[in-house]
Design a binder for this molecule. Structure first.
Ligand SMILES: Cc1cc2nc3c(=O)[nH]c(=O)nc-3n(C[C@H](O)[C@H](O)[C@H](O)COP(=O)(O)OP(=O)(O)OC[C@H]3O[C@@H](n4cnc5c(N)ncnc54)[C@H](O)[C@@H]3O)c2cc1C
Length: 400
């Protein structure tokens, strides 16, 4: 591992998580994939082990560790044999809850962040809509000022209407960190339409069970099957004024901040998954040779394994260097986008080559390699597609 970035404490944490993954996750992944859901007790158990608040302060039940502790978790979860569970945990601990810590009031932190760290409340993040994914500023879910506010500390409430789709943990979540439009395009002619879209968004924390907030359906996916994905609907869903997270009208900027952490942790997970697939493939090739099987480690196969190792190492080093900047309070948007792009592409390329090397052996349903082949494909879409990463990089390079 990259010792420049990891201390002895990180390595001790790694060993502890590896033991947990081996004993408590890996034996059950086939069943969870088949059921298209892992049990929510896993969140509770990970909360007990302190794994859901590694880098949150102790006052909220966190471990007060640094960003590389979160990288270690992401790397070790990748070894459980499926992509869905690590993705669901990342959504909970590294995507839906960081905005609460960063922008929330003390009361919101106690009400949502602390129980999420304990694994008692499951979190999901609602950005994508049926008509708005890559273009976040185009979301149509509205939160309008409530003319009959329900009782809350600051009086004024909100009425939310709209739909969110592809929401990880959407079935079992207890609350959603939600992006909604609090202002229509407006009438200020001095501002461009785009500017009006950016300024009109806000974040909210909405409890499952609030009247008007329903799960419309479970979305069955090609991969990441063990994590539940939902379409959620809000119909005249009334929430109190203190459901607003952070500053009204700053939601776009807040969610762009969130997306940087989301993409970086996704990159770390994708690289680790690629590394795990390589390990499995090298083992497979070795076993086939020892048993005199039909696979001959030709120069071509050896070169493929060597290229896998090279691409993985390149993606890993960029991810670590970028994580170091992020951990040191820099905001490396270009490098995060590059890391997400190269890591996601590398993971899928490695899975695809691994499937080729396994031949028919890798194809039966439920085989780890066929599963990784399906799971890693989604890394190139979730959290921002390859094309969106290229779009951001080209903007950052001032190519357009
Ligand atoms: C496994 C998984 C989990 C997810 N979890 C969540 C979640 O928890 N919460 C959440 O809010 N969302 C979630 N999503 C949604 C995800 O963020 C979106 O699918 C993604 O951002 C792409 O948006 P879209 O699906 O609307 O595709 P679109 O934006 O419609 O894109 C379709 C195609 O057009 C391309 N395209 C779009 N705009 C441009 C452009 N400007 N330039 C070039 N090409 C472009 C895209 O790259 C893509 O190829 C998840 C998705 C998946 C697959």
């Amino acid at each position: 591992m990259g010792s420049r970035f990891f201390t002895a404490e990180h390595e001790a944490l790694r060993e502890r998580i590896r033991g947990f993954v081996r004993a408590e996750l890996a034996p059950h992944v086939d069943e969870w994939e088949a059921r298209e859901q892992f049990p929510r007790e896993i969140f509770k158990r990970m909360g007990e082990l302190g794994l859901l608040g590694l880098r949150y302060p102790e006052e909220y039940g966190g471990q007060g560790r640094d960003y590389f502790a979160a990288v270690v978790l992401s790397e070790e979860l990748a070894r459980c044999g499926i992509g869905g569970l690590p993705m669901a945990v990342a959504v909970h601990a590294e995507m839906a809850t960081p905005p609460i810590f960063q922008f929330g009031t003390e009361e919101q932190k106690q009400r949502y962040l602390a129980p999420a760290i304990r694994g008692e409340k499951v979190a999901c993040l609602g950005i994508t809509e049926p008509n708005a994914g890559s273009d976040v500023a185009a979301i149509q879910t509205t939160a309008r000022s409530d003319s009959q506010p329900i009782a809350s500390k600051d009086g004024a409430g909100w009425v939310i209407n709209g739909r969110k789709i592809f929401i990880t943990n959407g079935i079992q979540a207890d609350f959603i960190t939600l992006l909604a439009r609090t202002e229509s395009a407006g009438t200020d002619l001095a501002r461009t339409d785009k500017q009006k879209s950016y300024d009109g968004l806000s974040l909210f924390l909405v409890d499952k069970g609030t009247p008007g907030f329903e799960v419309a359906r479970k979305v069955e996916k090609v991969g990441m099957r063990s994590s539940d994905t939902a379409e959620l609907v809000f119909e005249d869903c009334r929430v109190p004024g203190d459901a607003l997270l952070g500053q009204q009208g700053r939601g776009f900027h807040q969610i762009m901040w969130e997306l940087q952490g989301e993409r970086l942790i996704a990159a770390a997970g994708a690289v680790a998954t690629a590394g795990h697939i390589l390990e499995l493939t090298v083992k497979y090739v070795g076993e086939r040779q020892r048993s005199g099987g039909r696979l001959v480690l030709s120069q071509t196969a050896a070169h493929t394994l060597a290229e896998m190792a090279t691409r993985i190492e390149a993606a890993r080093q960029l991810t670590y260097a970028t994580a170091w900047k992020f951990a040191n309070n820099l905001y490396p948007v270009k490098e995060i986008s590059m890391a997400k792009l190269i890591a996601a592409r590398t993971a899928f390329w490695v899975a695809d080559r691994a499937l080729e090397i396994h031949g028919g052996d890798g194809c039966p349903k439920g085989h780890p390699i066929e599963r990784f082949w399906r799971d890693t494909r989604l890394n190139r879409i979730a959290g921002g597609t390859d094309e969106i990463m290229l779009e951001i990089i080209s903007r950052e390079l001032e190519l357009r």
